[in-house]
Ligand binder design. Structure first.
Ligand SMILES: [Zn+2]
Length: 230
């Protein structure tokens, strides 16, 4: 069974970026684990209780069995030795095949810090002679997802066609009602409208209805038949 660790600065980032891909992985029998670094609060319309309920609802739609909140202070994620150790231990204990983390250039400082933190933790997880729990593990693949505030979108390395899991994706994002309220329903920046626009745009780039973009941190080895599907 393949294991995937998705590290998100806030609850909702994993869904916004890759809920469609998560549902596909779950359908394929993969062990998908989300680690939310913070509980996402405070926000204008949320509370810890509201965000917890929203996250539980979305998690049920994704169909994943394991989701952990590290409860680091929201808005203050830092690439500290202590935080690196917490993530490195989760990597050593769960031994993922793939790590997903936000694309490193963004306006939200938590998103930038999360990426830096995960990259450091990925390396630290393979150390020998350390007090960290678990056993040394190197995650071969590091993939960046896009759940960003910045309006300059990076060129994706690949796009996953999520047309067949789109309904689960939008239903999962809809669970985060407190965050949808942050912009008026008619605003293009409203979380729901933005999610639709981005999925349709990146879907268009691969000639499908909906797509999720990703950036690989290394070249990906493909088989010739993969080229026919692109
Ligand atoms: Zn976020």
């Amino acid at each position: 069974m393949k294991t995937v660790l998705i590290i998100a600065p806030h609850p909702d980032d994993a869904e916004i970026a890759m809920a469609g891909t998560i549902v596909k992985m779950v359908h394929d029998g993969w062990n998908v684990i989300i680690i939310d670094l913070t509980n996402g609060e405070p926000t204008p319309h949320g509370s810890t209780e509201i965000r917890t309920k929203e996250t539980q609802q979305a998690t049920r739609i994704l169909g994943i069995k394991k989701r952990i909140c590290l409860n680091l202070p929201n808005r203050r994620i830092g690439n500290t030795i202590e935080n690196r150790g917490k993530i490195a231990e989760l990597i050593r204990l769960n031994k993922p095949d793939i790590l997903f983390t936000p694309f490193q250039i963004d306006w939200h400082p938590d998103h930038c810090a999360a990426t830096e933190l995960v990259q450091a933790a990925r390396f630290e997880a393979k150390y020998h002679e350390t007090d960290l729990k678990g056993t040394p593990h190197w995650t071969g693949k590091l993939i960046f997802y896009i759940s960003q505030h910045r309006f300059q979108y990076p060129q994706p390395t690949f796009v996953i066609d999520i047309s067949d899991t789109w309904q689960e994706k939008i239903n999962a994002v809809k669970c985060y009602k407190s965050q949808i309220k942050n912009a008026s329903p008619s605003s293009p920046a409203n979380l729901l409208n933005k999610t639709v626009t981005i999925a349709k745009f990146f879907g268009l780039t691969i000639n499908s209805a909906y797509g999720e973009p990703f950036i690989a941190d290394q070249p990906l080895a493909l088989k010739p038949e993969s080229l026919l599907n692109s």
